[in-house]
Design a protein around this ligand. Structure first.
Ligand SMILES: Cc1cc2nc3c(=O)[nH]c(=O)nc-3n(C[C@H](O)[C@H](O)[C@H](O)COP(=O)(O)OP(=O)(O)OC[C@H]3O[C@@H](n4cnc5c(N)ncnc54)[C@H](O)[C@@H]3O)c2cc1C
Length: 338
């Protein structure tokens, strides 16, 4: 069980700046995110797009903003738990007990939910039996490409991820690329490369097909794919990969007894506290009169929620407001000389 002054759910821009604010005022915190990388929507949805309305930063991309926020956290030692989704939140005396889908447990007086539009989840195949093979021979992302060497891999999807992996894995594996349309959404150069490989039979291309069923008991043996005209083909497959993009789901947050209104959590505007003492919501996931779903609003909300955490984490101390420019305490925490 990990004990911490505050647990932040979500490593988007709001979660990152909130972590900075907590550490600055002398509180410990840990951060959990369901994604395998830090940055939330900025990194997942628009890493290369310029943002023009971050105060004092005339222009930066989603990725640059994320890197700057990570750099700003460098003076502090913050533990990130990535690829973990917070599932359970329960009250245990004065503290909250939190559990992730990987079994990591935390105990803390303060939870700050910076969960954006919910957790990003891969869009999955519709046949129910696919679940039996998930993370064994059926995957929605690749961690270790070496397992596919010398095997037959059926890849589904029409965007850059499906095409890039079909091209990459075709070097050492037999590839079936299956897409439900004729046109691909990937970059033109990637589509051209894939067509070239299909022409030279390095990739077996099936368009206007979708997955109908997966066959096998413990081990995947083959799949059936169905054409728009209902024709069915059976393809021997050792592995199946699905790249259909991500969906955002409020997911387990909906079950924690919070006041939820249209997939957002109602908070006050003094502490950004929810209807549960010690649980705060900041950034895109919170709502209050006048709420703007902008990054700058998340920064403000995180700064106030962090200070509200102080009271529960240090009940015998009084929080004192200080500037980073002039406070010896803060400069010390930032690792700067006075
Ligand atoms: C295309 C596009 C362009 C945009 N341009 C601008 C712009 O120019 N200026 C601007 O100010 N804003 C812009 N925005 C909005 C901005 O990206 C959001 O306001 C901002 O990302 C919100 O940050 P956040 O940290 O609150 O949430 P997010 O960035 O959504 O991060 C939330 C994180 O929480 C994680 N999470 C959720 N639930 C769980 C759980 N149960 N367990 C673990 N992790 C969980 C998610 O995986 C995610 O990583 C844009 C958005 C989009 C989509």
């Amino acid at each position: 069980m990990i004990k911490t002054d505050a647990l932040i759910i979500g490593a988007g821009p709001t979660g990152l700046f909130t972590a900075h604010q907590l550490k600055l005022i002398g509180l410990n915190c840990e951060v959990v995110d369901n994604l395998d990388k830090i940055g939330g929507q900025c990194i997942e949805l628009y890493p290369d797009k310029p943002i023009y309305d971050i105060p004092a930063v005339p222009e930066c991309t989603g990725e640059e903003l994320t890197n700057n926020l990570i750099n700003q956290l460098k003076p502090f030692d913050i533990k990130f738990h990535l690829s973990e989704r917070v599932e359970e939140v329960k009250k245990n005396n004065e503290n909250w007990q939190i559990k992730t889908n990987k079994g990591t447990e935390f105990s803390t007086p303060n939870i700050i939910i910076a969960g954006g539009v919910g957790s990003f989840e891969p869009r999955k195949f519709s046949p129910k039996e696919c679940e039996n093979f998930e993370n064994k021979s059926l995957f929605y992302s690749i961690k270790d490409k070496s397992i596919f060497k010398g095997k037959t891999v059926s890849i589904f999807g029409g965007g850059d991820s499906a095409l890039d992996w079909a091209i990459e894995l075709s070097k050492d594996s037999k590839i079936n690329l299956i897409h439900r349309r004729d046109e691909f959404r990937g970059a033109q150069a990637t589509v051209d490369k894939m067509n070239e490989l299909a022409k030279s039979s390095k990739i077996n291309l099936f368009t206007k097909y979708q997955l109908k069923s997966v066959n096998g008991k413990e081990i995947l043996e083959s799949i059936d794919i169905e054409h728009d005209n209902k024709e069915i083909k059976n393809l021997k497959s050792d592995y199946v990969l699905g790249f259909f993009g991500l969906i955002m789901q409020l997911g387990p947050i909906a079950n924690w007894g919070l006041n939820i209104d249209k997939k957002t959590i109602s908070v006050d505007t003094e502490k950004f506290e929810t209807n549960q003492k010690g649980i705060y919501a900041v950034g895109d996931i919170c709502t209050y009169p006048g709420k703007l779903k902008l990054i700058l609003s998340g920064f403000h909300e995180g700064a106030l929620a962090a200070r509200a955490c102080f009271k529960l984490a240090r009940p015998n101390e009084k929080y004192r407001f200080e500037f980073t420019t002039t406070s010896t305490n803060l400069l010390k925490r930032l690792g700067k000389k006075e």
